[in-house]
Design a protein around this ligand. Structure first.
Ligand SMILES: Nc1ncnc2c1ncn2[C@@H]1O[C@H](COP(=O)(O)OP(=O)(O)O)[C@@H](O)[C@H]1O
Ligand SMILES: [Mg+2]
Length: 254
C-alpha cells in the first residue's frame, strides 16, 4: 500500500547544526492495518509523517502509494489521498468556522475551488449521521463555532473530517497527546471504530506505548531514524518496550 524507499533527510544541511534524521530508510505499510510508530523524542517520527504527507521534502528517496510514486506531488495533491490529524487540536479544523462549515470544507477536499455555496443542504444528513456515530452530541451543535468545542471534541471532529472521504492513508501524529487521559481514551476508541469501519490504512504516532499496543496491528520503534523493533502488536508487551527505552536511555547517558 505504502512503500518508502531509500529515504534520506537531513536538516540544516552543510552547516554546523546538520541533523541527519534518515539515512537510506525503508518501510512498507500493509493495507487496512493500523501501524503504530513509537520512539523517543527526536527520533524522526514526525519528520517521517511530514515527508509522507508532503509538508517536508525528503533529500532523496521515493514515497510510493498504491504503486504510484507520489514523491513529486505537492502537499495539497497528497491531501486528496491522505487524511491527517495533528497533535494540536486547532490544526485539523478551522476554529472560527462552525462544525457544519468545517465538515463541508472537508467534504470538498480534492474538488476544484468554486464560488458555489460551501454548504450543500443535501449533505447535512450525512454529516449528522457521521457525528451521531461519535456519540458526543456534536450533531446538535452544527452551527457552533469549533473554537467553542473542547479539545476532545475537536480531535474527534478532526478525525471524522480526516476519514470522511475514505482516504487511502490516515496519518495521526500524537493526536491524543494534548488531551487528558479520559478524553484521550474516548478519542482512541473513536479512532479504532472509524478506521475499522472504513478499513482505513493508518499510521499512528503515539507517545503512549499502552495505546500503541492496544490500538494498532503492528508496532514499529524508531531510534535515530532506524527501525529497531517491528512486530505484530499482539506479540509485544509493555515491559518489552519499556526495557528497550531504558537501554537506549542508558546508552545516551553513558
Ligand atoms: N524543521 C526542522 N528544522 C530543523 N530540525 C528539525 C526540524 N524538524 C525536526 N528537526 C529535528 O529532526 C529530529 C527529528 O525530529 P522529529 O521528527 O520531530 O522527532 P519526533 O517526532 O520523533 O520527536 C530532531 O532532532 C529535530 O530537532
Ligand atoms: Mg513528533
Amino acid at each position: 500500500m505504502l512503500k518508502i524507499r531509500n529515504l534520506s533527510k537531513s536538516f540544516n544541511k552543510d552547516t554546523d547544526n546538520q541533523i541527519d534524521v534518515f539515512n537510506h530508510f525503508n518501510l512498507e505499510i500493509k493495507a487496512n492495518k493500523c501501524t503504530a510508530i513509537i520512539g523517543s523524542n527526536g527520533c524522526g517520527k514526525s519528520t517521517l509523517l511530514n515527508i509522507i504527507g508532503g509538508s517536508i521534502k525528503e533529500d532523496t528517496g521515493q514515497i510510493i502509494l498504491k504503486g504510484r510514486d507520489i514523491s513529486t506531488f505537492r502537499e495539497e495533491q497528497r491531501a486528496i489521498y491522505m487524511g491527517r490529524v495533528y497533535q494540536d487540536p486547532s490544526m485539523g479544523v478551522s476554529p472560527s468556522l462552525t462544525i457544519l462549515e468545517n465538515m463541508s470544507l472537508a467534504d470538498k477536499k480534492g474538488e476544484k475551488f468554486t464560488l458555489r455555496r460551501l454548504i450543500k443542504k443535501k449533505n447535512i444528513n450525512k454529516y449528522i449521521e457521521l457525528l451521531k456515530d461519535l456519540g458526543l452530541g456534536l450533531e446538535d451543535k452544527l452551527d457552533t463555532k469549533v473554537k467553542f468545542l473542547s479539545g476532545g471534541q475537536r480531535q474527534s471532529l478532526s478525525l471524522v473530517m480526516a476519514a470522511m472521504k475514505h482516504p487511502d492513508l490516515l496519518l495521526l501524529d500524537e493526536h491524543t497527546a494534548a488531551l487528558d487521559p479520559k478524553t484521550s481514551n474516548v478519542v482512541m476508541q473513536k479512532t479504532k471504530e472509524l478506521i475499522s469501519k472504513y478499513s482505513i490504512t493508518t499510521i499512528m504516532i503515539s507517545h503512549n506505548i499502552r495505546d500503541a499496543i492496544e490500538y494498532s496491528d503492528r508496532i514499529i520503534m524508531l531510534d535515530k531514524g532506524q527501525i529497531i523493533l517491528d512486530k505484530p502488536s499482539r506479540n509485544v508487551t509493555e515491559e518489552e518496550l519499556i526495557t528497550i527505552y531504558r537501554t537506549k536511555l542508558d546508552e545516551k547517558i553513558a
